[in-house]
Ligand binder design. Structure first.
Ligand code: COA
Length: 198
């Protein structure tokens, strides 16, 4: 199930963030800003089959990065202590219902900028990222989609390539000491929604 982010999701999102981007994770303040700026296009993926009592593993290191439209090196350090929202690995909705485990998130702008996407490390290569990115690509106002990707992040490059994105540019030192590749998709480029090969 995919639905917009809400505040009780924050702790789970921070865990996924810290394990996915150990070098430069967004902190809780950044996520709150992004929630404010992109209320309709900050989406989370919930595993509907997860038992409500199951908890996710602890966060691990983080390595790659995504564009925020600001210098990523200026991001604030992670400050998750004292953040009292949410529960670990499951969601308590505002109306008290229990949902499954949060597996991933995506944040994008209405004009197609993929600001960040991350999937829980234990749930990668299962089509979760594809489903989230397809949701962004299907957003009606998008005429194209693009993302910044670290040059060293070959997994993300393979992921975007599989989704029909092509490298269209390079921003030197975008990540301080590392270049960003610009990967872009337009409907004319390719079949927009490739199916799984497995
Ligand atoms: C990149 C990321 C979002 C992909 O999510 P995912 O759910 O694992 O991706 P999917 O299972 O939907 O993969 C779709 C296809 O993309 C390609 N792909 C995805 N990850 C890949 C990898 N690490 N290596 C090679 N190909 C990959 C494959 O072709 C895959 O299809 P297949 O599994 O049937 O072969 C995830 O690996 C992640 O969170 N990485 C850390 C954060 C990150 O780097 N985000 C992107 C920043 S630019």
């Amino acid at each position: 199930m995919i639905r917009p982010f809400s505040l009780p999701d924050l702790k789970s999102i921070l865990q996924i963030e810290n394990q996915s981007f150990p070098k430069s994770p967004y902190d809780w303040r950044t996520f709150l800003n992004l929630h404010y700026l992109y209320a309709e296009t900050f989406l989370i993926y919930i595993n509907p089959s997860t038992s409500p009592l199951e908890v996710s593993g602890s966060g691990s290191p983080r390595s790659q990065d995504e564009g925020l439209g600001v210098d990523p090196e200026q991001r604030l350090p992670p400050q998750t202590k004292g953040c009292g929202w949410g529960t670990i690995g499951r969601v308590n909705t505002n109306d008290g219902r229990k949902e499954g485990k949060i597996l991933a998130y995506i944040i994008f702008s209405q004009d197609g900028h993929i600001i960040s996407i991350a999937v829980h490390r234990h749930h990668r290569r299962k089509g979760v990222g594809r489903e989230l990115l397809q949701t962004a690509m299907k957003t009606s106002s998008l005429r194209k989609a693009w993302a910044e990707v670290r040059r060293s992040n070959q997994g993300a490059q393979a992921f975007y390539s599989n989704m029909g994105f092509q490298i269209t540019g390079l921003v030197p030192n975008y990540y301080g000491n590392e270049d960003a590749l610009i990967m872009e998709w337009t409907p004319a480029d390719s079949p927009p929604y490739p199916s799984r090969q497995k």
